[in-house]
Ligand binder design. Sequence first.
Ligand SMILES: Cc1cc2nc3c(=O)[nH]c(=O)nc-3n(C[C@H](O)[C@H](O)[C@H](O)COP(=O)(O)O)c2cc1C
Length: 176
Amino acid sequence: MDFCEMLDHRRSTRAFTGEPVTRAELDQMLAAGVRAPNACNAQCWHFFCTIDRTLIERLVPEVYNRGEWLRDVGCAILICTDPAELEQRFGSIVRERFSVQDTAAAATQILQCATTLGLAGCWMGAFDRDRACEFFGVPAGMEPVILLGIGHAAAEPPARPRKPMNEVVTLVGNCD
Ligand SMILES: Cc1cc2nc3c(=O)[nH]c(=O)nc-3n(C[C@H](O)[C@H](O)[C@H](O)COP(=O)(O)O)c2cc1C
């Protein structure tokens, strides 16, 4: 699958078969995540992951109560940032922006890798952060930013429409 095909196939998916994600697939996705661009290559991120079915089934009541579909993913990844390390290196003004940008870049690459592996996933921002920390054993000081659910899609959902380019793009200067 080339890059554009991957972009065409990637969908936020919220229906899964329950088939497992293998450890090798998880390792590949994580390797894609840590190769993401990040501020000064400081890599102030940490990925808490599970492919354990029993744990995954507990995610819905304990961490993200908006979707029963999460029970059927094969893998869950909580992407955290280490704000203290970021603040030490870059100061307090930039640390918040950097931590979100770093984790978003990693999440994007993980989801794109999942697509090339024939898997699908959903990015979740609206999860319970305190419960996620308890559930994944996140140490004090680290902050959870993004929860990913990844697995085998039950069906490929339709592509979600995008606004026309002329609504979201402003070309400045001579761009011809
Ligand atoms: C920052 C961010 C937060 C999101 N939070 C959620 C979420 O909490 N729950 C959910 O089901 N989808 C969530 N999504 C997925 C979006 O709804 C989805 O990417 C968007 O509707 C576009 O659809 P597509 O990914 O299929 O192109 C989130 C995506 C992003 C980037």
